[in-house]
Design a protein around this ligand. Structure first.
Ligand code: NAP
Length: 256
């Protein structure tokens, strides 16, 4: 018997990076996984790979900023995979990297729309399905940037701070229904999102990576699998007494 046998897990932004590692880990632990993303080819390829290694996975196109689509796609997933037990709100963007006084409003709103409103739309749509099950788990990807400041990407900090407290409010609102809600706070993890930041940096990708490594007391940035392990724990009944918590997986970054 595997830890997530019988559970249906939805991962947003599941085609790449942390979401992809989470889908693989959840499927390896026995879950039936709905991979959702705007990257259709990558998402479908991932599902094919999971099925090839003996798991269960389906791809569903989902832009988390499209609230009607969110409701429709979650209903489709519930029909197709047999309900919903776990929602991993993973889709996110880093957004514009300028000082606050130079940020156009539409760039600010773009980040909030994906990172904050997307979590709201998906959580709102998932609750009735989890309620039908009598319990459930929602895992929200915040960040170390939702815990501490840094002199960069202001809308991203705002968005991840919001996700941290949305998590606690929802944990309290739904605790009596057995629905647990927790946030995960990764340090820097080497994914396409961070690679893009490295490539856009003034110092160049190589120096960016070395500087990032040095910021983590363990001496290096993390791997998507490091975060996937935490997500799988929070999704599982091993975390049955865990709600409203902040799981920091950051190589010691915020311990300083
Ligand atoms: P990633 O490599 O960019 O992967 C995210 C996936 O989400 C991509 O496939 C992306 O598609 C997709 N996506 C973007 N906008 C979407 C939307 N509106 N609807 C649905 N899918 C969308 O990102 P990651 O580094 O794995 O990050 C995953 C989560 O962890 C994010 O919430 C991020 O903020 C958080 N996090 C990451 C780090 C890190 O260091 N990597 C640290 C702390 C927290 P596109 O490629 O087309 O954008």
């Amino acid at each position: 018997m595997k830890r997530l046998d019988g559970k249906v897990c939805i991962v947003t932004g599941g085609a790449l990076g942390i979401g992809k590692a989470a889908c693989i880990r959840l499927a390896d632990e026995g879950a039936r996984v709905a991979v959702t993303d705007i990257e259709d080819d990558e998402g479908q390829r991932l599902c094919d790979d999971i099925v090839e290694r003996g798991g269960t996975a389906e791809f569903h196109h989902l832009d988390v900023t499209d609230e009607d689509a969110v409701t429709r796609v979650l209903a489709d997933i519930a029909d197709s995979l047999g309900g919903i037990d776990v929602l991993v709100n993973n889709a996110g963007i880093s957004g514009i990297d300028k000082p606050t006084d130079e940020i156009p409003s539409e760039e600010w709103r773009k980040v909030i729309e994906v990172n904050v409103n997307g979590v709201f739309y998906c959580t709102r749509a998932a609750i009735p399905h989890l309620r039908r099950r009598g319990k459930g788990s929602i895992v929200n990807l915040s960040s170390i940037y939702g815990l501490i400041g840094a002199p960069d990407i202001p809308p991203y900090h705002a968005s991840k701070g919001a996700v941290r407290l949305m998590t606690k409010t929802d944990a309290l609102l739904y605790a009596k229904e057995g629905i647990r809600v927790n946030s995960v706070h990764p340090g820097f993890i080497w994914t396409p999102l961070v690679e893009a930041m490295a490539e856009a940096s003034d110092e160049g990708a190589h120096a960016f990576r070395e500087n990032l490594d040095a910021l983590h007391p363990l001496g290096h940035v993390g791997a998507p699998e490091d975060i996937a392990a935490g997500i799988a724990y929070l999704a599982s009944d091993d975390a049955k007494f865990v709600t409203g918590s902040e799981l920091v997986i950051d190589g010691g970054y915020t311990a300083k």
